[in-house]
Design a protein around this ligand. Structure first.
Ligand SMILES: Nc1ncnc2c1ncn2[C@@H]1O[C@H](COP(=O)(O)OP(=O)(O)OP(=O)(O)O)[C@@H](O)[C@H]1O
Ligand SMILES: [Mg+2]
Length: 327
């Protein structure tokens, strides 16, 4: 049994016009102490997937038909609220996409971290403060004892992100979900934060799901990578394989979108066209309208996600045929 098993996750949202599908048929699993990346352009459904794992969507305006999420064998989607609250703080921790809205501007660092500790571990105020100082040390914030009484706006972006990470690991979660943890940071700080996450993963022995639009960053950090496009998975492979030999034309496009610092060529070779909105996905391959290789049959009918001989998952029959012919 894997630590996390996601089967056919589909997420619909409701507005005045009715239900619209944002994510469809996403399946994956994650072992204890393992790492997984989820990459894709803005709007591909990465955050919706992540929030679903903790059932964080609004109950009245969302539904997850036919979906199954199991954590440590427990059915997350059927769990009573009380068990769910325990799961959220103590078993699965999440670093949300926007650190500024996740930190409370009127609470000191000690109080923000302490709140989690008091709720989930029943520590009293003094003990929570001592533990908060230890946690700031763990995320390598210098002069931790003095930082405890500061407010979030006094900290740099990198320091704030370290506080977010301290809060996330406060209860030694078994799974950490980090949604774009370094997007707002400059490259040097970004590297420091990723290094910190790597060290903490080893120290605590937790699994990590890293979400980013930056395939290069993800491939360096995780073992396996899921590539999402228009609400579903188009490719899944070991990070090194994906990086060295992307098979899906969309993955290829994402890789070429990595800024190349060694030459003066255009820094971003974007894929022409836009990701279709939820509910307006093409009938055939969802990437078809933007794909230079698309054939008539690609556009005619839904394209299945197939398992290749090497264990890779791919939603592109022409590329699968070419790859299997080569092998
Ligand atoms: N609460 C919601 N209600 C309705 N639609 C939503 C909601 N949350 C997300 N969506 C839609 O679901 C799709 C996927 O959004 P999601 O936030 O998962 O993208 P993302 O891959 O995380 O993008 P980004 O890189 O910008 O964070 C988008 O079309 C978005 O508009
Ligand atoms: Mg997102």
């Amino acid at each position: 049994m894997s630590l996390l098993e996601v089967d056919n996750l589909s997420v619909d949202f409701r507005d005045d016009a009715g239900w619209t599908r944002a994510v469809s048929d996403v399946s994956f699993s994650l072992e204890e102490n393992a790492s997984l990346g989820i990459v894709g352009e803005s709007g591909s459904g990465k955050s919706v997937c992540a929030l679903s794992l903790l059932r964080l969507h609004h109950k009245r305006t969302s539904r997850m038909p036919g979906s199954r999420v199991r954590f440590d064998g427990r059915d997350v989607l059927a769990m009573p609220e009380r068990e769910l609250r325990q799961l959220r703080g103590a078993d699965i921790a999440m670093i949300f996409q926007d650190p500024m809205t996740s930190l409370n501007p009127v609470l000191t660092i000690a109080d923000q971290i302490g709140e989690t500790l008091r709720i989930h571990q029943g520590l009293d105020k003094a003990a929570a403060r001592r533990r908060a100082a230890q946690l700031l040390d763990m995320v390598r914030i210098p002069d931790a004892a003095r930082r405890l009484d500061e407010y979030p706006h006094r900290l740099s972006g990198g320091m704030r992100q370290r506080v977010m990470i301290a809060m996330a690991i406060a209860c030694r979660p078994r799974l950490l979900i980090a949604d774009e943890p370094t997007t707002a940071l400059d490259v040097t700080i970004q590297a420091q934060i990723m290094q910190l996450l790597r060290e903490l993963q080893a120290e605590i022995g937790m699994s990590v799901i890293l979400i980013s639009h930056d395939l290069g960053l993800v491939a360096e950090f995780v073992e396996r990578v899921i590539v999402m496009y228009a609400g579903h998975i188009v490719e899944e492979a070991a990070a090194a394989d994906l990086f060295e030999r992307p098979l899906h034309p969309y993955t290829e496009g994402l890789l070429h979108a990595i800024p190349n610092l060694d030459d003066d060529a255009p820094r971003l070779a974007a894929i022409p066209g836009n990701i279709p909105a939820g509910g307006a996905w093409p009938r055939g391959c969802r990437f078809g309208p933007r794909c230079a290789l698309a054939r008539p049959e690609c556009l005619a009918a839904p394209v299945p996600l197939e398992t290749l001989r090497d264990g890779r998952l791919l939603r592109c029959p022409p590329r699968r045929a070419a790859s299997e012919a080569r092998a």
